[in-house]
Design a protein around this ligand. Structure first.
Ligand SMILES: [Mg+2]
Length: 226
């Protein structure tokens, strides 16, 4: 099983997600406060929204958060219709190579809510490459998403993964590596997201595999085939 993160692993949307969230906050509560640039990379969307509302002095309010997320998704579609961003190097070829391997299940593990991931990937024709996924609205924390992905895969295919060493988690942040570590899966880090200081932190997690981008996926495919 190979589980892909979305933002800065498969695609880069040029900040469309944060702009959409900022706009949704302004639309719903009238202001957004200062938006962090990168501090929330790797977190789940609901976690990011809750943190932003806390910064703005708001108590937790599930109904309000749901309204803001709905507005976020509308704005995200508009943002990506204007500027869809780009698919990162090697993604298309790697997904094609994985699709040729009938024994490999290809899914998503992302902090995006499901509809947000769909909007971001459909903008590039990539959504249908993934048979299943676990999303930001499926668990409180990112590590909690991996069991959800396993369940979704089993429900979709009737097959199950017998060993966690057969699960590869691919992502661009320390949080993606932590998901793999928590569950004994294989951590595959890519250098397409992290700015310099975060690159050091990412490498310090000692991922099982590191690729500057997914254009250098031969070693990953070798590991899968082994
Ligand atoms: Mg990411």
């Amino acid at each position: 099983m190979v589980l892909f993160d979305v933002d800065n692993t498969l695609t880069a949307s040029g900040g469309a997600g944060m702009r959409a969230l900022e706009g949704a906050l302004v639309d719903v509560i009238g202001h957004a406060g200062p938006m962090p640039k990168v501090a929330y990379a790797g977190r789940t969307d609901p976690h990011i929204l809750a943190e932003l509302l806390t910064r703005l002095g708001r108590a937790r309010d599930a109904a309000l958060e749901a309204i803001i997320m709905t507005r976020y998704l509308e704005r995200l579609e508009d943002e990506l219709a204007r500027a869809p961003g780009r698919v990162l190097p090697g993604v298309g070829a790697l997904l094609a190579a994985l699709a040729d391997r009938a024994h490999v299940a290809v899914g998503l593990l992302t902090g995006n809510v499901a509809r947000g991931a769909e909007v971001k990937l459909r903008a590039h024709g990539l959504w249908d490459a993934f048979a299943f996924g676990a999303f930001g609205d499926d668990a409180e924390t990112r590590p909690g998403l991996l069991p959800v992905a396993l369940d979704r895969h089993r429900a979709a295919t009737g097959r199950h993964v017998s060993a966690m060493a057969d699960v590869f988690v691919i992502g661009d942040t320390v949080h993606d590596v932590a998901v793999a570590r928590t569950h004994g899966a294989v951590a595959v880090a890519v250098g397409t997201g992290a700015p310099h200081q975060e690159r050091q932190a990412l490498l310090a997690t000692a991922p099982d595999l590191f690729h500057e981008d997914l254009g250098d996926a031969a070693a990953l495919l070798d590991a899968l085939d082994a």
